[in-house]
Design a binder for this molecule. Structure first.
Ligand code: M6R
Length: 362
């Protein structure tokens, strides 16, 4: 049941520190090593192709940055409905990885069946270990999020990201990109996440105040760079799915290739920018928005807000963390913004119109 929360979505957002800690406990040791099933060995793997739908596809999109940047492993992503009919050539030395909360999404299952027999290993990252996708994989890794009821995926997304981060670290270690010490340091950073997520959850009240204004908008843009780009996509999906406000996520650098034409004083622009190596570039895109009177909400850490928050419509300050895993933390304000905007609009948060929790037809 809802355990005192008004909606399943609120309960599931709040559960994230606990379920992430559980997943980390399951897949790592206290000594700072990984505890993944034996079959998770990236030696000789030449590429990873990740396929999913919706929010799960954005988890893959974040993981693409991790596999490439931490492990130096070429990584491809696609949405399952395109992948299955595109019929891409797959390397026999590659892995195909399918991510699905339900494990029953029709397009993802069909994509898995296409890859079966063409790659070295079919791996899935699922929440339901008895699901079709789990059963038809060579190896299924449960994300251990617990039952997710809200149609808008929240805790499954951050648990998917956590398991994918561990896989990328395993790949980096197997490929000699990181040693034991670096691995332990990365795992330490992940272990700090639940505490940081609690901090992010404590921003619910200021986020609700911002959402009261967002609820009046007709269009909202989300911007991010690097691994925060898929978070911009996820923030926009979450918002449109439950508040019915038109929202789009863009890579910040794409702004001047079209979407900047939309900007005026009525368009809120949500910029997700931890203070990473791309921060200055994102800030300059943000300033272009402000110069056109766009209402910027900057989500960053204290340093980032101090440096670039002047002139923004609103700011939200998240705790500091190593930027590489920041997408897991920044999911929380994205979810809370969508949730509170939907509340302000009075929509059905847990069961939005036209949507099903599990899409078992294509
Ligand atoms: O069960 P799955 O993870 O395969 O579902 C994929 C999408 O249908 C799902 O993530 C959808 O986009 C959510 N409603 C987003 O919140």
């Amino acid at each position: 049941e809802k355990a005192g929360y008004k909606h399943f979505m609120a309960k599931e957002i709040a559960e994230q520190p606990v379920v992430i800690a559980d997943a980390l406990k399951h897949y790592t040791t206290a000594e700072g090593t990984l505890r993944l099933p034996e079959g998770v060995d990236f030696t000789g793997v030449d590429r990873i192709t990740m396929v999913a739908c919706g929010t799960a596809s954005y988890a893959c999109h974040v993981a693409k940055y991790w596999f490439e940047q931490i492990a130096g492993l070429p990584a491809e992503i696609d949405v399952a409905s395109e992948f299955r009919y595109r019929e891409p050539p797959l390397s026999p030395a590659s892995w195909a990885l399918f991510v699905s909360q339900s494990g029953e999404t029709a397009d993802t299952l069909a994509a898995l069946r296409y890859a079966n027999g063409k790659v070295a290993r079919v791996v899935s990252v699922v929440n339901v270990p008895t699901s079709s996708i789990a059963r038809e994989s060579d190896l299924a890794l449960p994300i251990l999020a617990g039952v997710e009821i809200g149609v808008a995926s929240t805790k499954a997304f951050t648990c998917q990201l956590t398991v994918l981060a561990l896989l990328a670290l395993k790949a980096a270690h197997d490929r000699g990109r990181i040693d034991d010490v670096a691995l332990a340091a990365h795992l330490d950073a992940l272990r700090n996440l639940p505490g940081l997520m609690n901090h992010a959850l404590s921003l619910s009240t200021p986020i609700a105040a911002i959402a009261d204004d967002l609820a009046k908008a007709q269009d909202i843009l989300f911007l991010g760079r690097g691994a925060m780009y898929p978070l911009a996509l996820e923030g926009a999906l979450k918002l449109k799915e439950i508040s019915y406000i038109h929202a789009e996520g863009y890579a910040s650098g794409e702004l001047k290739h079209g979407p900047i034409a939309l900007i005026d004083a009525a368009v809120p622009v949500i910029v997700m920018a931890p203070r990473d190596g791309l921060f200055d570039k994102t800030v300059s895109n943000m300033q272009e928005v402000m110069a056109r009177h766009g209402k910027v909400l900057l989500i960053s850490d204290a340093h980032g807000v101090a440096e670039a928050g002047a002139g923004a419509w609103k700011t939200l300050t998240l705790p500091d963390m190593p930027p590489v895993f920041a997408p897991i933390l920044y999911a929380i304000p994205a979810q809370l913004l969508a949730y509170h905007t939907a509340i302000a609009k009075g929509t059905d948060v847990d069961q939005p119109r036209n949507l099903a929790k599990s899409v078992t037809v294509e």
